[in-house]
Ligand binder design. Structure first.
Ligand SMILES: [Zn+2]
Ligand SMILES: [Zn+2]
Length: 272
């Protein structure tokens, strides 16, 4: 690519039309967003490993833009979460909603897992690090897994790690892991999962509350048990570490408590 002076105030571009990026570019397809009536959709650019195209289209409000292409929330998230590992060879099948399920479960647990981890980080005087949803190959069997992690980190490295994970071969089970051991596993609520994952504004049901409570109970029990074997080294650790000042370190713009994790330049949260 040739060098272009993009910051020069005297660049002769004043009369040229402003370039419209993929975020704002208007199409003419009905938007696939739930309840959206826009007919400004562009098709999702995802093509799976069997050369099947994603059949959805998305208006500027509901689309995800990844590396200059328009995607649906599922595929935008999938590509964003697996950027470093993905090749065409690895491209997940069109109907793979595992990343969406992980993202939904992580979103449901975000507030309570963050609170739990903040509490324990305060106690140990260590730092909380939240990772975005990622695609990983787990163990010697390289099990294809999508997961989100919350980690307590000291200077020497990670001391405690919580995961919400789903394996591609067991899509009906959400795993809660503590230090890579499965602490709890349970099926996600069967109804409306895809709709729920795409739209955080859908009111929760008792089923969703039960799922969240069971997953949190399992994780909490495992953390308590870990804590019993690894008591804080310094009784005054808590005093040295004021709550609320822990920086959220992450390689991606993930924020605790947010809707579907935003990808760069991707306004994927829904208007109320
Ligand atoms: Zn829309
Ligand atoms: Zn798609």
């Amino acid at each position: 690519m040739e060098a272009v002076a993009s910051d020069g105030a005297d660049a002769a571009t004043a009369d040229e039309p402003e370039e419209i990026g993929p975020e704002q570019l208007l199409g003419f397809l009905p938007c696939s967003g739930r309840g959206c009536r826009e007919e400004t959709g562009l098709p999702c650019a995802y093509v799976d490993r069997r050369d099947r195209c994603c059949p959805t289209a998305w208006c500027p409000t509901h689309r995800v833009v990844h590396r200059g292409d328009v995607y649906c929330p599922v595929h935008g998230l999938m590509l964003g979460a697996s950027e470093d590992l993905f090749t065409d060879h690895h491209r997940a099948d069109l109907d793979n909603i595992v990343p969406l399920v992980v993202n939904w479960a992580a979103r449901e647990l975000e507030a309570s897992v963050s609170a739990l981890m903040h509490q324990i980080c305060d106690e140990y005087g260590q730092t909380l690090v939240a990772d975005p949803v990622r695609f990983v190959l787990v163990g010697v069997d390289r099990i294809r897994t999508w997961e989100r992690a919350w980690k307590m980190c000291a200077h020497v490295g990670v001391t405690l790690r919580l995961h919400i994970a789903v394996e591609e071969s067991s899509t009906g089970v959400v795993l809660g892991k503590v230090n890579s051991k499965v602490a709890v596993s349970l099926p996600p609520p069967p109804t409306d999962l895809r709709e729920r994952a795409e739209d955080p504004t859908i009111p929760e049901t008792g089923e969703v509350r039960d799922f969240r409570a069971a997953l949190l109970d399992g994780l909490t029990a495992a953390v308590i048990s870990w804590r019993a074997g690894h008591p804080p080294a310094h009784a005054d650790a808590q005093a040295r570490h004021r709550r609320g000042t822990t920086p959220w370190l992450s390689g991606s713009p993930v924020r605790p408590g947010g809707p579907l994790q935003p990808l760069p330049g991707s306004p994927i949260s829904r208007p109320a």
